[in-house]
Design a protein around this ligand. Structure first.
Ligand SMILES: [Mg+2]
Length: 255
């Protein structure tokens, strides 16, 4: 991702790094979703409501065998299906997202359909902390609670930063928690960079029969690169030619 964004300058790399571990845990350990069963309806579903972190999803889809290395590396090139925000033409992507505040509504609709078709699949929806300020997110939470969608698991990437601000300057995460609980969701927290913690929380869902589950994942924007961690500017910045080598080294990769 460091190299991709150095080439394309279409970065939301800070948000990709805060949410990458969550997607790795889901795709490699938790969800029943593979290249083999993706074309079937009888599986789990993943909606990346924070569509601006799509390159992190593409990386996971590549490493999980959904898309080829060539396809992954075509990101941002003319003619590539892999755009800055995801679309359904990419094998492994269930829905196009990027306009914030829509993903939980889509996920709730899918969970409703699965539940009342007596299908066992679960729907996982990754939200940003900032998009919980969107009224549509809270409307979807109301609907999911009212319909007792205990096959719906929402995860908030609580990296505490959004486009131009500290998220808490606009809405505190405690208020988000209260709104979901008031809509009959069970809520828990986890460390979004601790795979054991995430595993135990995900495997305990639904926390309560008849209630959708919300996991507030405490994360760090730009996780893994000292210069990026918890820095607002890395919501949009892309690594420069001089930064690439240093960043990749910090992430344990080879240049
Ligand atoms: Mg955020």
């Amino acid at each position: 991702m460091v190299r991709l964004h150095n080439r394309t300058h279409t970065s939301h790399i800070g948000s990709e790094f805060s949410s990458l571990d969550i997607m790795v845990e889901l795709y490699f350990d938790v969800m029943d979703i593979t290249p083999q069963n993706f074309s079937s309806l009888d599986r789990d579903y993943f909606i990346i409501s924070k569509g601006h972190a799509a390159p992190a999803l593409y990386d996971v889809l590549f490493r999980r065998g959904f898309i080829t290395k060539d396809a992954f590396e075509s990101y941002g090139k003319e003619g590539s299906q892999l755009a800055e925000h995801p679309k359904r033409e990419v094998f492994g992507v269930d829905t196009a997202t990027g306009s914030l505040g829509h993903g939980l509504s889509i996920a709730a609709g899918m969970a409703y359909s699965l539940k009342y078709s007596n299908m066992k699949g679960k729907v996982y929806c990754l939200l940003s902390d900032g998009e919980c300020q969107e009224g549509s997110t809270i409307e979807a939470a109301n609907f999911a609670g009212r319909m007792k969608l205990d096959n719906l698991i929402a995860v908030i990437d609580n990296n505490r930063l959004q486009g131009y601000e500290r998220t808490s300057n606009i809405q505190n995460i405690a208020s988000v928690k209260n709104k979901f609980e008031a809509s009959s969701w069970s809520v828990s927290e986890m460390n979004g960079h601790d795979f054991q913690d995430m595993r135990s929380k995900f495997l305990n869902t639904p926390f309560k029969t008849g209630e959708p589950s919300l996991l507030i994942a405490n994360t760090l924007k730009g996780k893994g690169v000292l210069e990026m961690e918890d820095k607002l500017e890395w919501h949009y910045k892309s690594p420069s030619d001089v930064e690439v080598e240093n960043f990749i080294k910090q992430l344990g990769g080879s240049t």
